[in-house]
Structure formats: structure tokens, C-alpha cells
Design a protein around this ligand. Structure first.
Ligand SMILES: [Fe+2]
Ligand SMILES: [Fe+2]
Ligand SMILES: [Fe+2]
Ligand SMILES: [Fe+2]
Length: 408
């Protein structure tokens, strides 16, 4: 029997309120935590933040008092969940270490979704941005070696490679080339809707995180790298949010948010080795089932349609944080040289020389890019850049070590 959240009752909203000490989660030990326990926390924090921001936007777009009150009640709980998750990060974990976790989320979440995405256009959008976040992980890892004199592999383990992706300096495109075609709500597979909603939340939280902590770094180069990559995360949010069908109603989107939370908590608890964290995922799943029923009832009341017609009979296959080394290599080999041309992804060689991309590149990269400077600096000081290439030399010859800084 496959799991279906609507067959369960979950916890009623009144019983979901927690006291301050329950919320004040004991932080993990950064030297012992499984890297994927860290990434699960970062992902679910993103999901909760999105559920809160979405709910606020919904509340600002409805005049129905009862809907506003119900949204406020659920939102207060989403806020509690966000605290319970995010307070598990210890103070001794530096901003840059948390950042490495964020980019590891971006790599292994995106790769998993791309591998399992049935819609070819959505899949190509995931593959496209995958190589960009993959490169961010490399740039931050080099900054980490330079500023904290530590190896990023201590944080991300041997699950994920650290090497050149699509070089960050080349990712700065004209804003018009970040907008994608959207799926159609009636014909899109349900799992596509979940994938898109999940990746929007993760990229949006990364964008917000860099907006807030990017200026907490001391060195000018570090501050520069955060703002440069922060601007790319803005592009990634634009890229992914435009994939979603904008004609879905607010209530339909609420339903999808709550279902997505159920899917993810159910998914993550299957592979969580940390007993305490697993209990948190189980509790949050029960809460989300309560939210899902509330969203179902709101839709029945206000839209006079059967929400169950929008939901699948059984939950789509689970999401899992797992190593994607071979997949990422395959995409690197075939697509590192891609660029966006309007809504399409094409080989950069096919972009006309007078295209708006080049003009934008000239503007932002005049005076150099921090993402390049960080590599130049480490080459100067250490003779080589920092990498973790687990499956052999870089699949793209021009990005092999010692040549990496001279690629463009
Ligand atoms: Fe939630
Ligand atoms: Fe990134
Ligand atoms: Fe990103
Ligand atoms: Fe929820």
C-alpha cells in the first residue's frame, strides 16, 4: 500500500501549537552531522519559509475574513516549524559553512529532480541551472580554503564533487533571458508541479540568505563573491518561478503547497539516520496532513469544486538526497557550454555576437568578477585551486586543473 496523505487524519491545528522550549531545538554537532542531514534541514527551512511568504501574499489578496483567519492560524504553525528546523544549526557553524550546505542542496536537489522530471522542458531548465549552482559550490569552497583555511569536503562529505561548473562569471545574463515558458496546469504531471514548487522554494531561500548574510563577511573579496552569486540566485528564482502555471487559483496553490510539504517530510523521514531529526520530520508530516485537510476544506467551500480531482491517488515517488556524481558529470560534459537564448537553452556558440547577453556581461564584469578573483588568488597563494574531483579529472578538458582560471 502506497502512502497517501489524504487517507490520514494528521494533527488538528489547535494541537499543533508548541511551547518555546520545544521550538528551541538543540543544535547538531557540526563535526558529526551527516552532510545530508544538514541539507535536509536547509531544504525544509526553505520550504517552510516559502509557505509563510506565500501565505502572506495570499492574505493580501483576499478580502474574505474567514480565509484570512485560517491562513493566519496555519501560517503561525509554519513559522514554528521553520524555527524548529532552522534552530538546529549551531552557532559554531560559520556563515560560509552554512553556505556550502546551501549550494550542496542546490546541486543534489536539482540533480535528483532533473533525473526524475518527466517534462522535457522543465528537465532542461533544471539541468541548466544545476551547472551554475555546481559552480557556486566550487567558488565558495575556494573562498573557504582561503579565508578559513579548511577543506570544504569536511562539510559536504564525499557525496558531491567540487569543481568548475558553468563558470559563474558567464552566468550573468540579461534579465529577459531568465524568463521561461510555463507548464499547463491541466496537462502537467502532478510530480512536475511538486518539483517546480520545491526548487523555487530552495532557490528563493538561497537568494534571501545571501541578501541577508552576504554583508556579514569581513574580507572585501568574500563580500564581493556573495553579492555576485546573490545576483545569480535572483536569476534562478526568476527562471524557476516562471515555469509555474500562473493561472492556478490562490486556493489551488495553497493546496499544492500543503501537499508538497507532506510529500517532502514523508520523503525525508525515509532516509534520516538522526533519530531526533527523524522524529521532527514525522511530527511535521502529521502537522502538514492537518494543513492539507484545511486547504481541501477551504477549496470545497470557496471554489465549489472537488480538490481531490487535483490530487493524485497515490503519492509520487519519494525525493531523496543522494550522490549524483555521474549524472552531474554527464550534464557537465554535454551542457557546460550552454547559454539561455530567450526561453531556450542553446550552445553559447549559437548566440549572435550582438545579442543582449554580451552587452550585459560587459556592464557587470567591467572591473573583474569576484568569482574569478577568488580562483586567481588561491592559484597565486597555493599554486592550485581547491577541488574535490571524486571520479577523475574534469569531464570538460578546458576546465581541468591549473587551466581553470584561464578559461575565457
Ligand atoms: Fe510547514
Ligand atoms: Fe547557487
Ligand atoms: Fe541557485
Ligand atoms: Fe503546511
Amino acid at each position: 500500500m502506497k502512502f497517501n496523505p489524504i487517507d490520514h487524519k494528521g494533527i488538528s491545528l489547535e494541537d499543533q501549537v508548541m511551547n518555546w522550549s520545544r521550538l528551541n531545538t538543540r543544535p547538531y554537532d557540526k563535526t558529526k552531522v551527516d552532510p545530508y542531514t544538514r541539507t535536509r534541514g536547509i531544504l525544509m527551512n526553505s520550504i517552510e519559509v516559502e509557505s509563510i511568504l506565500f501565505s502572506h501574499q495570499f492574505a493580501r489578496h483576499t478580502s474574505d475574513m474567514e480565509t484570512k483567519r485560517k491562513l493566519a492560524a496555519v501560517r503561525r504553525i509554519e513559522q514554528q516549524q521553520q524555527k524548529a528546523i532552522n534552530w538546529s544549526i549551531p552557532a559554531e557553524e560559520t556563515d560560509l559553512e552554512v553556505t556550502l550546505g546551501y549550494e550542496q542542496v542546490a546541486v543534489d536537489l536539482t540533480a535528483f529532480l532533473a533525473r526524475n522530471e518527466p517534462d522535457p522542458y522543465v528537465k532542461s531548465a533544471l539541468n541548466f541551472a544545476l551547472l551554475e549552482d555546481f559552480d557556486h559550490l566550487y567558488r565558495y569552497s575556494n573562498l573557504y580554503q582561503l579565508t578559513e583555511e579548511k577543506s570544504a569536503s569536511d562539510i559536504i562529505g564525499d557525496y558531491t564533487e567540487i569543481t568548475v561548473g558553468r563558470p559563474t562569471v558567464l552566468e550573468h545574463r540579461h534579465p529577459a533571458d531568465d524568463v521561461r515558458r510555463h507548464y499547463a496546469k491541466k496537462t502537467a504531471r502532478f510530480v512536475t508541479k511538486l518539483h517546480v514548487m520545491t526548487i523555487i522554494a530552495a532557490e528563493q531561500q538561497t537568494m534571501n540568505f545571501y541578501m541577508n548574510i552576504g554583508d556579514r563577511a569581513e574580507e572585501e573579496l568574500a563580500r564581493g563573491l556573495y553579492l555576485e552569486i546573490g545576483q545569480v540566485e535572483e536569476q534562478h528564482v526568476t527562471h524557476y518561478e516562471s515555469l509555474m502555471d500562473p493561472s492556478m487559483s490562490w486556493l489551488e496553490r495553497l493546496l499544492l503547497h500543503e501537499y508538497n510539504e507532506c510529500w517532502l517530510y514523508y520523503s525525508l523521514l525515509q532516509n534520516e539516520p538522526d533519530r531526533r531529526v527523524k522524529q521532527l520530520w514525522e511530527k511535521h508530516l502529521d502537522m502538514e496532513i492537518g494543513h492539507l485537510h484545511l486547504a481541501i476544506n477551504l477549496m470545497k467551500e470557496h471554489e465549489k469544486r472537488d480538490p481531490l480531482e487535483l490530487l493524485p491517488d497515490e503519492m509520487p515517488p519519494i525525493f531523496k538526497f543522494e550522490s549524483n556524481v555521474d549524472y552531474v558529470r554527464q550534464i557537465l560534459q554535454s551542457q557546460a557550454g550552454f547559454n539561455a537564448f530567450g526561453t531556450e537553452f542553446v550552445s553559447a556558440d549559437n548566440i549572435p555576437s550582438d545579442y543582449r547577453y554580451h552587452n550585459h556581461q560587459k556592464k557587470v564584469n567591467a572591473g573583474g568578477a569576484p568569482s574569478e578573483m577568488v580562483i586567481e588568488k588561491i592559484m597565486d597563494e597555493h599554486g592550485n585551486d581547491y577541488r574535490q574531483e571524486l571520479a577523475g579529472p574534469h569531464p570538460v578538458e578546458k576546465y581541468r586543473q591549473r587551466q581553470a582560471a584561464a578559461v575565457h
